[in-house]
Design a protein around this ligand. Structure first.
Ligand code: C5P
Length: 230
């Protein structure tokens, strides 16, 4: 038996998380937040002293692989945050991985093909139990290349930086637009130009630019596209 899979790929800040959560709720599908997997491994690798925050140090791929293989990972939906919590070796990892610093650690270890391979089965197995909405960079190109629906959701780096600034200000924090923009561009660059599973639209993906759309409009368009694909 094969369950339906919907892939929502694209850079961070394009709105994938929100649309993925809403679709999974409405359809009663599981949600795969694949970025969280890379964030966990990145954070653990940083804590283990395997990398520097500024990406100035070469990383030992085999050491990150061994660390990845030592992690027992499971996902649990959290209705309060509207995201999925991750359980790693029986410890709940919540919002502490959802910041740009850990996003940077994630993109440093996400270039390693052996690490990606080690995370592959865990992701693919999620589609063997029920329908799935999968959020990431390579869902439509690699992990679920035969998915029923593929969307590549993007937005200009400036629009994404602007959203991040608004988020931080709303949370009572300070925000420097130029610094945020530079960080976003550096992460995009690493994700798009790596040799293994670079971030790019699948050939059969719907391309959607959310630069001038709010979250509701993105959700409506993606939902309509899913319906049109049957
Ligand atoms: O989507 P999110 O911002 O949580 O992803 C964090 C990082 O993890 C990305 O910048 C990317 O380097 C990596 N990633 C990936 N493949 C995925 C999901 C995330 O390489 N499918």
């Amino acid at each position: 038996l094969r369950y339906p899979v919907i892939c929502i790929d694209g850079p961070s800040g394009a709105g994938k998380g929100t649309v993925t959560w809403r679709l999974s709720q409405v359809l009663g599908y599981q949600l795969l937040d694949s970025g969280a997997l890379y964030r966990i491994v990145g954070l653990k690798a940083f804590e283990a002293g395997l990398m520097t925050a500024d990406a100035s140090q070469a990383i030992d791929e085999m050491a990150v692989l061994a660390l990845t293989q030592s992690l027992e990972i499971a996902f649990v939906p959290n209705n309060e945050s509207g995201r999925v919590d991750i359980i790693v070796n029986s410890e709940v990892v919540g919002e502490q991985v959802r910041n740009e610093t850990v996003g940077g650690y994630a993109s440093q270890i996400a270039v390693f093909s052996k690490v990606r391979q080690a995370l592959l089965k865990l992701q693919q197995d999620m589609a063997t139990r029920s329908g799935l909405v999968a959020d990431g960079r390579d869902m439509g190109t690699v992990v679920f290349s035969d998915a029923d629906v593929k969307v590549f959701l993007t937005a200009s780096a400036e629009a994404r930086a602007e959203r991040r600034v608004t988020q931080l200000l709303n949370a009572g924090q300070t925000a420097d637009f130029e610094a945020i923009l530079a960080t976003i561009k550096a992460r995009d660059d690493r994700d798009e130009n790596r040799s293994t599973a670079p971030s790019k639209p699948a050939k059969d993906a719907l391309l959607l630019d959310s630069s001038h759309l709010d979250a509701d409009a993105v959700y409506e368009q993606v939902k309509q596209y899913c319906q049109a694909q049957g």
